[in-house]
Design a protein around this ligand. Structure first.
Ligand code: ADP
Length: 781
C-alpha cells in the first residue's frame, strides 16, 4: 500500500476508502505496467513538448480518466502556463497558452506544498483560480506536482466528468507518474539547454572565425593602402577590401571629397566581376554620400529614399560610410540587391576600413604635397642660382622669366618693373606687344596690396584683367609682388604674373613658392643695381688711382730733375769754396774763412740729399758690383761716427757680429749706406737715455741684421708706409725731428737690389727694431 501525503487535510474526505476489491489486483497490475510504459516513453524523449503529450496520454489511459492537463512554471514570470490539455469539452486553455498565478487556486496549493491535491466535486470548489474553468463540466480531479531536483516544475492534473472518488492508490499512482514526468521534463529541459549552449558555442565560434577573417582582410587592406604610392593604387586596395568584407555587395564605389571646394568626385568603382561601373550617376549629387559626410557616420538607405540615381538597376539598398580620420576626405559606398544581413561586427570592420583609408589618403596627400614642395624648392634654387651666376647682366631677368615659365609648365609668365610697373619680360603666350604695357588687374592689385593673389577662374573674376597675349587660353592666374628688402625697404620693385591653362591650377603652396621666388628676384634686382653701382665706383676709384700714380710719378720726376740740375751748381759752389778757402783768390781773414767753412758744410749736406734722391732711381740690382763684404768691417767703419753721436745723445751703442767673419754678398758702399741710414734714424728718434743694439747673425742662406732702439716707436698703422719715398710719420712743419723721408726708401731699394728683405717691428714709446735679411752668397739662379 502506497502512502502519500496530500496537499491539504480537507481533501481526505474526497478520497474513496473503498478500494474496488474485485478488480484491485488486475487494475494495479495494469497501472504498474502502464506506468512503466509511460516512464520509458517519456524518459526516452528529449523534446519537452513531446514529453508532455506522451505523459498526458499515458496518464489518462493508466488512470482511465477522460481529461487532463499539464501546466508548467515559467521561470521569468513565475506564472503557470497551460502547455498540454486533453479531453476537455469546452475550453482550450493550452491553445491559448493561458497563464495563471502560480500561487492561486488549487494548482497554487500544489505548487506551494509540493504534494498532490484531490477533489471529488469541483463545481462549487472556491479554490478554482480561473473562473472559465467552472464552465467545464468536470466533477472530480487530482492535481499532482511535477517535481525534479527538489523543485516543483508544474502541475499534472486529471479530471473526471463523472462524479468519482479517486482512491489513494490512484492518487499515489498519479503522484508517481508526475514525479516521473517531472524528471523527464527536467532532463528534456537540460538537454534543450545543452543543445542551446552548443548552438551558442557554435555561433560564437563562427563569429570568431568570421572576425578573424575580417581582421585579416582589414590588416592586408590597411597595409596595402598605407604602402600605396599613388591614389589609384590606394583606392584599388580599399575597394577590394570592402568587397571582401561584404561579399554580398553588388559593387563598391569610393568618392573623394575635396573639403576646400566642397566637391565630391568619383575616385574608383569596382564590382566583384572586376568591372568598374560607378554605382551612382554623379557623386556630387549623391545625397546619401552628403549625408554620411554631414552626420559623420554610416548611412543605410533604400535606393528611392537615398536620393541617388543608381546606375545598376539591381541595386536597391545602399550603405555609405564616411572616410574620416581627423577630417572627412571621402565616402565609401556599397550597393546591395536587398538589405544585407550585416552584423555590427562587419559594420565596424567596414567603418574601420574607411577610417584607415582616410588616414592613408591624408598621408598620401601629405607625401605628394611634400614632394611637390621639394620639387618647387629645387626649382626655386635652380632659378635663383642661374640668376645669381649672371649677376649684373640685364638679360638675366628675361632668362629667369623664361625659366619659371618652362620649369613650372605655365602658359605665360610676365614680369613688370619700374615705377610705372611696365612689362619688362614675358615668356609663353602669343603676340607679346613691343610697346610695353603697364600692369593691370590682379597683378596691379597684388602690387598695391603687397601680397600674393591667386584666382582659379579668371573669366568670372572681376578682379582679373586678361592680357591679349593669354586670352582664350589662360584660366588661372597667380600674381606676386617683388618687394625691396634694402632701404627704402618695403617698396614694390615689380610684379610677377603667372597664367595657367588649367582651371584651379594654383593653390596656397604655389602662392608661397612664387612669393619666395619673387623675393629672390627682388634681391637679384637689388643686387644687380648694387653691383652696377659698385662697378661704377670701382671704375672711378681706379681712375683716381691712375691719376694719383701719374701725379706721384710726375712729382718724382720733378724732384729727380731738380736734384739732377742741382748737382752742377753744387759742384761749382763746392769748387769755388775750396779755391777761396785755399786763398787762391786772395787772402781771407779768419771770419771769412769760418763763413766759407759753413758754406762748404751746408753744400755737403745738400749734396748728400741730392745724391740720395738721385740714387733712388739708379739703385737697381744690375747697377751693383757685388763682392763678399765682411759685416764686421762695415761695423768698424761706422762705429766711430755713431759712437760719438750716441754718447752726445746720452745713448749707448753696441755692434756685434756672430760669427765674427760673417759676410754678405753685396756692394760694400751700399751696405754701409743702408746701415748708416738706419743707425741715423735710431739716434735721431731716441730722445735718450737708452741703448742701441746692432747685431748680425747667420740665418740659413741669409745674414740677419737687427737694429734695436728704445726710442719713440712707430704706430702700427704706419709701419708699412715708412719705406715710401718722402713719407714721415710726423710730416708737419712743426715736427720735432728733421729729415726728408727718403732714408728708409733708400734702405728698401738697397735691400731689394740685393734680393733681401726688410721690415720693422715697433711699439710706441718702447722702441723700434729694423730687420734686414741679405744673402750670404751669390744667388744660385
Ligand atoms: P726721415 O728720417 O728723413 O724723416 P726716413 O725715410 O729715414 O726719413 O724715415 C721715415 C720716417 O720713419 C721718419 O720720419 C720717422 O717718422 C720714421 N722712423 C724711421 N726710423 C725710426 C725709428 N728708429 N724710430 C722711430 N721712427 C722712425
Amino acid at each position: 500500500m502506497v502512502t502519500i501525503q496530500l496537499a491539504d487535510e480537507a481533501s481526505y474526505a474526497a478520497l474513496s476508502t473503498e478500494p474496488r476489491e474485485s478488480c484491485w489486483m488486475p487494475q494495479q497490475e495494469r497501472a504498474l505496467k502502464a506506468f512503466s510504459v509511460m516512464a520509458e516513453a517519456v524518459s526516452t524523449r528529449l523534446d519537452v513538448d513531446s514529453v508532455l503529450h506522451e505523459a498526458l496520454d499515458q496518464t489518462l489511459a493508466t488512470l482511465e480518466v477522460e481529461a487532463g492537463a499539464i501546466t508548467l512554471l515559467e521561470d521569468d514570470t513565475r506564472q503557470l502556463v497551460f502547455r498540454v490539455q486533453k479531453g476537455w469539452q469546452v475550453h482550450d486553455f493550452a491553445g491559448q497558452q493561458l497563464r495563471i498565478d502560480a500561487q492561486a487556486g488549487m494548482t497554487g496549493i500544489v505548487m506551494r506544498s509540493g504534494h498532490p491535491l484531490v477533489t471529488d466535486d469541483i463545481t462549487h470548489d472556491p479554490r478554482i483560480a480561473v473562473d472559465e474553468f467552472r464552465e467545464e463540466p468536470v466533477r472530480a480531479m487530482i492535481l499532482a506536482p511535477l517535481r525534479a531536483r527538489q523543485q516543483v516544475l508544474g502541475v499534472l492534473s486529471v479530471m473526471s466528468y463523472q462524479p468519482r472518488r479517486f482512491t489513494m492508490d490512484e492518487v499515489a499512482l498519479l503522484a508517481a507518474i508526475a514525479d516521473q514526468v517531472g524528471v523527464a521534463l527536467d532532463n528534456a529541459r537540460l538537454y534543450q539547454q545543452e543543445l542551446e549552449r552548443r548552438r551558442l558555442t557554435e555561433v560564437m565560434l563562427e563569429t570568431e572565425r568570421r572576425r578573424a577573417r575580417e581582421l585579416n582582410i582589414l590588416r592586408d587592406a590597411v597595409m596595402n593602402m598605407s604602402g600605396a604610392s599613388d591614389l589609384l593604387d590606394l583606392l584599388e586596395h580599399l575597394c577590394r577590401g570592402a568587397l571582401q568584407l561584404s561579399p554580398c555587395a553588388l559593387g563598391v564605389e569610393c568618392d573623394i571629397y575635396d573639403e576646400q571646394h566642397d566637391r565630391l568626385t568619383l575616385g574608383m568603382a569596382l564590382h566583384p566581376d572586376g568591372s568598374r561601373r560607378p554605382l551612382c550617376a554623379a557623386p556630387h549629387h549623391t545625397m546619401v554620400s552628403r549625408k554620411a559626410l554631414q552626420e559623420r557616420r554610416m548611412q543605410k538607405l533604400t535606393v528611392p529614399s537615398a536620393g541617388t540615381e543608381v546606375l545598376d538597376a539591381a541595386v536597391t539598398y545602399i550603405i555609405a560610410i564616411p572616410m574620416q580620420h581627423q577630417a572627412a576626405n571621402g565616402v565609401l559606398l556599397l550597393g546591395y540587391e536587398a538589405q544585407p544581413q550585416m552584423d555590427e561586427q562587419t559594420e565596424n570592420s567596414l567603418s574601420l576600413l574607411a577610417e584607415q583609408a582616410s588616414l592613408a589618403l591624408s598621408r598620401l596627400h601629405l607625401y605628394h604635397r611634400e614632394r611637390r614642395k621639394s620639387v618647387h624648392l629645387a626649382l626655386v634654387n635652380h632659378i635663383s642660382q642661374t640668376a645669381m651666376a649672371e649677376l649684373g647682366d640685364e638679360a638675366v631677368l628675361c632668362n629667369v622669366v623664361r625659366l619659371i615659365q618652362q620649369s613650372f609648365g605655365l602658359y605665360n609668365v610676365s614680369l613688370y618693373l619700374g615705377p610705372q610697373l611696365s612689362l619688362h619680360a614675358s615668356s609663353g603666350g602669343r603676340d607679346i606687344p613691343t610697346e610695353p604695357p603697364t600692369v593691370q588687374g590682379l597683378a596691379a592689385l597684388a602690387a598695391e596690396q603687397k601680397r600674393g593673389l591667386l584666382c582659379n577662374h579668371i573669366e568670372s573674376d572681376p578682379r582679373c584683367f586678361i592680357p591679349p597675349w593669354v586670352q582664350g587660353h589662360a584660366h588661372s592666374e597667380l600674381a606676386v609682388p617683388l618687394i625691396q628688402r634694402q632701404a627704402p625697404a618695403g617698396e614694390v620693385l615689380g610684379v610677377l604674373e603667372l597664367f595657367s591653362i588649367e582651371e584651379s591650377a594654383f593653390d596656397e603652396m604655389d602662392r608661397q613658392t612664387m612669393l619666395t621666388l619673387a623675393q629672390h628676384l627682388a634681391t637679384l634686382i637689388e643686387n644687380s643695381r648694387l653691383y652696377a653701382d659698385l662697378e661704377q665706383r670701382n671704375r672711378r676709384l681706379h681712375d683716381a688711382y691712375i691719376q694719383l700714380r701719374e701725379l706721384e710719378q710726375l712729382k718724382d720726376q720733378i724732384i729727380q730733375n731738380i736734384s739732377h740740375e742741382m748737382r752742377t751748381p753744387l759742384t761749382f759752389i763746392k769748387g769755388y769754396t775750396e779755391l777761396l778757402s785755399e786763398g787762391q783768390m786772395g787772402e781771407l781773414n779768419q771770419e771769412q774763412l769760418e763763413s766759407l767753412e759753413i758754406i762748404a758744410r751746408q753744400a755737403d749736406a745738400v749734396t748728400y740729399i741730392v745724391e740720395e734722391i738721385v740714387s733712388l732711381r739708379t739703385l737697381t740690382a744690375d747697377a751693383l758690383s757685388c763682392v763678399l763684404v765682411p759685416i764686421a768691417g762695415v761695423f768698424e767703419q761706422l762705429r766711430p761716427v755713431f759712437e760719438k753721436r750716441a754718447v752726445d745723445a746720452g745713448l749707448s751703442l753696441t755692434m756685434d757680429v756672430y760669427p765674427p767673419d760673417l759676410s754678405v754678398y753685396g756692394e760694400s758702399e751700399k751696405i754701409k749706406r743702408m746701415c748708416y741710414n738706419i743707425l741715423d734714424n735710431a739716434i735721431k728718434f731716441s730722445p735718450g737715455p737708452g741703448k742701441i743694439t746692432v747685431i748680425a747673425v747667420a740665418d740659413g742662406e741669409y745674414v740677419h741684421l737687427k737694429f734695436e732702439d728704445q726710442g719713440i716707436g712707430i704706430p702700427e698703422q704706419y709701419l708699412n708706409r715708412i719705406f715710401d719715398t718722402f713719407y714721415q710719420v710726423d710730416g708737419s712743419t712743426t715736427r720735432r725731428f728733421n729729415g726728408l723721408g727718403i732714408g728708409l726708401a733708400v734702405v728698401q731699394r738697397i735691400v731689394e737690389a740685393h734680393r733681401g728683405k726688410v721690415w720693422a717691428e715697433s711699439q710706441v714709446g718702447s722702441g723700434t727694431t729694423f730687420h734686414i735679411l741679405l744673402p750670404r752668397h751669390l744667388p744660385t739662379e
